[in-house]
Design a protein around this ligand. Structure first.
Ligand code: URA
Length: 234
């Protein structure tokens, strides 16, 4: 066979192609750069996996005494995620967070800044009702905070609202006081991602301490301001 003479004007030089690797140049398959983009299916299946993981938890006093898991409510695509403490009696019966008296107040608080409950995403620190509605113990908060962090990562909200000291402790530790920390924007970092976070009073606390509602109203106005600033459609 006569070897083809190399011509300086050849546009494609075979040796050059070989040095790149022929697949690199001619493979027509698209490169899957969007592999990690969260699709709707992806979010739903990750939420289902997380729920299963919590349902399969062992040696948990909360689970042992509760009727059922209370996992979430609202829109998982929402840019606003709200985290409460844990289910009460009504939530334990119905299987959804914030459906009792505190939930009624939460709905009114949201309505006060023109938000509909169904357009935000709601969950709790612990997903099973603590016996006699006691506050979850520190060990329980810590155990469930692993799930909660994963939950936040899946929902990936633009704004995170922590209602009450239990939600605050689960994500910022137990050495701080809600009365000092509420009402200002904080950065919560999970897996190198920063979530804009506001700690505010829990609606159940406001039902007991109506004089604290003025602080809650100030926080709600800050939240509304941020929603507008970020041009979020909720
Ligand atoms: N209080 C909470 O923190 N969560 C609920 O779901 C209900 C009441």
């Amino acid at each position: 066979m006569i070897e083809r003479e190399k011509n300086q004007n050849d546009i494609i030089d075979q040796e050059l192609i070989n040095s790149f690797g022929i697949d690199y140049i001619f493979d027509s398959k698209p490169i899957n750069r969007l592999k990690n983009k969260p699709t709707i299916e992806n979010v739903i299946s990750r939420l289902n996996d997380l729920k299963k993981k919590i349902i399969n938890i062992n040696n948990c006093n909360l689970k042992k005494n509760a009727t059922q898991i209370v996992f979430n409510d609202g829109d998982y695509k929402s840019p606003l995620m709200i985290i409460g403490e844990g289910p009460g009696q009504k939530e334990d019966e119905v299987g959804k967070p914030f459906v009792g008296d505190a939930g009624q107040l939460l709905n009114k608080m949201l309505a006060a800044i023109n938000l509909k409950r169904q357009n935000v995403y709601i969950t709790n620190v612990v997903n099973y009702r603590p016996p006699k509605n006691r506050k979850p113990e520190l060990a329980e908060i810590n155990r469930y905070s692993e799930f909660l962090r994963e939950h936040i990562t899946i929902i990936n909200p633009r704004i995170l609202i922590l209602m009450g000291s239990t939600a605050m402790e689960a994500l910022f530790g137990s050495k701080i006081k809600i009365s000092k920390e509420r009402g200002v924007w904080k950065e919560l970092i999970i897996n190198n991602k920063t979530y804009l976070t506001m700690i505010t009073f829990h609606p159940a606390y406001l039902l007991r301490q109506a004089d604290q509602k003025k602080y809650s109203w100030a926080d709600l106005k800050e939240i509304k301001k941020k929603i507008n600033e970020l041009k979020l459609i909720i």
